[in-house]
Design a protein around this ligand. Structure first.
Ligand code: ATP
Ligand code: MG
Length: 175
């Protein structure tokens, strides 16, 4: 199975992002279903059940400290990455606690063969895929707060309608 760690979006955040996109998000691409809105922390890739179990138990064993704890980020910026062809919403300000958590999870992922991500962590919610041209600047930027109190291990499944994600396990972050 194909797995990754990430932050779920709650229904209010999903609705706010979808509303912003309906109003201001002009992009030539495929709109990601709001149910798929998430922030990837660490992409792991293909694992079997044994590696999945190893990974989960290693995450259980992490000290709570470096997790950073629960928090929130303000999604107040949009961007376009030509290579994956995605248009996204993310924070304009650095999110050091989230970056620390992402680093930790990538490191744990290395134990089950995940490739280490060389690029710096750039938290984002993908709004459109398959964008071949840079979208015009939006008239109004989003200003949407995503509060998080846990992170999630997702299974990513590719169906006829595109990708869908199932939450396999959650880990609480300290308040
Ligand atoms: P699709 O690949 O069908 O467009 P998807 O990218 O949403 O759908 P996955 O490829 O399974 O589904 O990826 C799950 C999440 O992990 C997405 O947020 C994706 O951007 C991210 N991701 C995928 N591959 C990598 C990678 N090599 N490095 C970092 N993040 C990745
Ligand atoms: Mg992909």
């Amino acid at each position: 199975m194909r797995i990754f760690f990430g932050l779920e979006t709650d229904s209010d955040t999903r609705r706010a992002l979808a509303d912003w996109r309906d109003r201001y998000g002009i992009a030539a691409g495929r709109a990601v279903p709001a149910a798929n809105f998430h922030i990837t922390l660490a992409f792991i890739g293909e694992v079997d059940n044994r590696r999945l179990d190893t990974l989960c138990r290693a995450v259980d064993a992490l000290e709570p400290g470096p997790h950073g704890g629960a928090g929130k980020i303000l999604l107040d910026q949009v961007g376009y990455w030509p290579k994956p062809g995605i248009y996204w919403a993310g924070p304009s300000q650095p999110a050091p606690e989230l970056a620390a958590l992402a680093r930790k999870l990538q490191h744990v992922g290395g134990m089950v063969g995940a490739r280490l991500e060389k690029r710096p962590f750039a938290p984002h919610v993908t709004l459109y895929r398959g964008c071949t041209e840079p979208p015009p600047a939006p008239a109004v930027l989003p200003a949407i707060t995503l509060a998080y109190a846990h992170f999630t291990l997702f299974e990513s499944q590719l169906g006829r309608q595109g990708a869908s994600y199932q939450a396999l396990e959650h880990w609480q972050l300290e308040p």
